[in-house]
Ligand binder design. Sequence first.
Ligand code: NAD
Length: 343
Amino acid sequence: MKNILVTGGAGFIGSNFVRFVLKNTEYKVTNFDKLTYAGNLENLIEIESNPNYKFVKGDICDSAAVEKTMVQNDIDTIVNFAAESHVDRSILGSKDFIITNVLGTQTLLDVFKKLGGERFLQVSTDEVYGSLPEDMPELKFTEETPVTTNSPYSASKAGADLLCNAYYHTHGLPVLITRCSNNYGPYQFPEKLIPLMIVKAMNDEHLPVYGDGKNIRDWLYVDDHCSAILAVLERGNPGEVYNIGGNNEWFNIDIVKLILEKLGRSQELITYVKDRPGHDRRYAIDSAKITRELGWEPAYRFPEGIEHTIKWYQENEDWWRKVMSGEYEKYYKENYSSKETHH
Ligand SMILES: NC(=O)c1ccc[n+]([C@@H]2O[C@H](COP(=O)([O-])OP(=O)(O)OC[C@H]3O[C@@H](n4cnc5c(N)ncnc54)[C@H](O)[C@@H]3O)[C@@H](O)[C@H]2O)c1
C-alpha cells in the first residue's frame, strides 16, 4: 500500500484524515472531491504544498474521471469518505444521497475491480444499525447487529455497505467496512449538532434542539476515527466490518448545555423545536473487536476533545462565517423555520 485515493477528502472527516495520514505515514494521498457545499479546500491549506499530497476535483459517480485519476496516480488503495452526510438534508430530498452514496460507491467499486488494488475501505456509520432502546443501556451495536435503517441517509449508507459486501463475496475484492459513531472536532460543517450549537451560542442566537433533547449519541473525537481507519486499512481483514466508537454516550440536551456553559452563555438560549421525523433514539457502539484484534483505542477523552473543538471554533471564526453564508442560509431556513418552537 503506497498511494491512497481519498474520496471526499475536502469534507470534515476526510480532511482530518488526509492531514493525519500525511503527518503519521509515508503514504502518498490523492484527494478526489466534488467540492459540494460540504467540501472546502480551505480545510487543507496547511498541507496543500506537501509533495505527498495532490487534489483532483471530481465526482465519484464519474467512472472515467475516477479511472483516469487512479491510473495517473498509481493508486493501490481507496478510502471512500465521499458522501451526502446530513440526515436532515436527506429528509428534505433523498435523490442526491442515493446518487452519491450508492451509485458513487458502485462506480468506485467497479473501477477498483477493473484496475485491481490492495485495499478498498468503505467509511460507513453506526446509523446503519438503526436505533437502540433507551431502557437497555447494556445493549450496544456490534458488527453482528442486523442492518435496519430509519432515515434516507442511513438507508443510502447501508445500500453502499451491502454492495461492498457483495463485491467482496462475488468478485473477491479486498473490501473493508468501518462503522463509526458520531464524530466531532475541527472543520465540521456547522449544520451538525456540536458545531451548530457552538456557532449559535457564539452568535448569541437560539440553539434549536430537536424534540425533548433526550436522543443519545456516542461521540468520538475525529482524530480517533482517523487512527482507527488507518489501523483497519493496514491490519484489518478484507470482507470484515469494524465498529469504531468512543464509549461516550450523551443526551443531545446535555451536550448543548455543556457548550453553553463552556462558552459562558445563558441556558435560556435553548429552544426546543419539532422533532426530526424518524429520529433514532439511541446509538451506542461496541468497539471491542477493533480493540481486541487491531489494538486500537481512542486517544482523546471527551472533556479534552470538546475543549479543543470549542477553542478551534473560537479561533477560526472566519472559516465558519464563510461556510455558513450563501447556500447554507437557505438550507437552514428551509429546515428549521417551519418547526414550532418553545423555550
Ligand atoms: N460525521 C460523522 O459523524 C460520521 C460518522 C460516521 C461515518 N461518517 C461517514 O464519513 C464520511 C465523511 O463524513 P463527513 O462528516 O466528513 O462528511 P462531509 O459532508 O463533511 O464531507 C463529505 C465530502 O464528500 C464530498 N462529496 C460529496 N459528494 C461527492 C461526490 N459525488 N464525489 C466526490 N466527492 C463528493 C463533499 O464535497 C465533501 O468534501 C461519510 O461517508 C459519512 O457517511 C460520518
